[in-house]
Design a protein around this ligand. Structure first.
Ligand code: PMP
Length: 315
């Protein structure tokens, strides 16, 4: 679907997957005026299909669009479009427990601009792809490398929204970390290079005794929907959950470290390496991470009761 000159989106239509046309002048190609979202459709044990907190994704897209001076679909238009696309691709949702249908909404400046200015027209499109479980909890824990020099986001920048440019700017550090055998990179704050921010595509948490902590939303980390849900579930389970600055020293003293995101789910972290020193954390069945993993995965896949009304069934 496309926006008109008043920034209002018309209702879109379903088309077969294929290439799209873009003018060479479009602002997404020239200036990176664009954002994406990531969601999943899960198969329930009864064979039905459901999605998780779509309004949250719609609202985050609106927030990002404001930051990048783009028009955005309304929450209703966004969620209706996601539902239509999932319904049309239902047969591709993997069986219960075997993965999900990944949903990728994209919003970008598609109208042509000469000179550095925002696009007069934006495009919103959604495509999907079946995926297996990215990290399977206990079987593939993460080994993270703390990036000491290059931050992922700067105060006042676009780290708090899903701007497409946030990702290509860290490709090279990810590539280097992967070449050394790490799963991903853990970024620090841009000012003191001392506080933990987040991983390339997920938020980070530490567990110490009964206390679960994650970095605060100060504009440089993405307000993850899984992060928000885990904070609520952790409190429901009787843990203390805090959003506050976490220094590297504190992280290295943690009992457990885990990451949260739509793609990675809840992934336990086996080790963190900082200044060539590797520190290992507790993993396995008897962990807080596993308890939270079971809880949120159970809700997302319809195995557990959805007391918070987070799930939307696509029937
Ligand atoms: N941080 C970053 C940088 C991300 O790209 C993502 C993935 N969207 C997340 C955190 C996790 O967000 P969510 O739980 O909404 O998927």
């Amino acid at each position: 679907m496309k926006s008109n000159e008043d920034g209002i989106f018309s209702n879109g239509c379903l088309v077969p997957f294929g290439t799209i046309q873009l003018e060479p002048h479009s602002s997404v190609l020239n200036y990176g005026q664009g954002l994406f979202e990531g969601m999943k459709a899960y198969r329930r044990p009864d064979g039905g299909v459901q999605i998780f907190r779509p309004e949250e994704n719609a609202m985050r897209a609106q927030m990002g669009a404001d930051r990048l001076l783009m028009a955005a679909p309304s929450v209703e238009q966004y969620t209706d479009a996601v539902k239509q696309v999932v319904r049309a691709n239902k047969r591709w949702v993997p069986p219960f427990g075997k993965g999900a249908l990944y949903i990728r909404p994209l919003l970008f400046g598609s109208g042509s601009v000469m000179g550095i200015s925002p696009a007069p027209q934006c495009t919103f499109l959604i495509y999907t792809n079946p995926i297996c479980n990215v990290y399977k909890g206990r079987t593939t824990p993460m080994d993270l490398l703390i990036e000491e020099k290059l931050p992922r986001a700067y105060p006042g920048g676009t780290g708090g929204v899903k701007n497409i440019g946030n990702y290509s700017s860290v490709f090279h550090v990810m590539k280097e970390a992967k070449a050394k055998g790490f799963t991903d990179v853990l970024f620090l704050d841009a000012v003191e290079h001392k506080y933990v921010e987040e991983v390339t595509s997920c938020n980070a948490f530490i567990v110490k005794g009964n206390l679960i902590s994650t970095s605060p939303l100060i504009g440089t980390i993405l307000p993850g929907i899984t992060r928000k849900s885990i904070i609520k579930l952790a409190r429901d389970l009787g843990y203390k959950a805090e959003e506050r600055k976490i220094s590297v020293d504190e992280l290295l003293e943690a009992d457990e470290v885990f990451c949260t995101g739509t793609a990675v789910g809840i992934s336990e972290v086996r080790s963190v390496t900082y200044q060539n020193k590797r520190v290992e954390f507790k993993t396995g069945a008897d962990t807080v991470t596993q308890r939270l993993y079971d809880m949120i995965t159970g809700i997302q896949t319809g195995l557990l009761e959805d007391k918070n009304e987070w799930v939307v069934k696509i029937d």
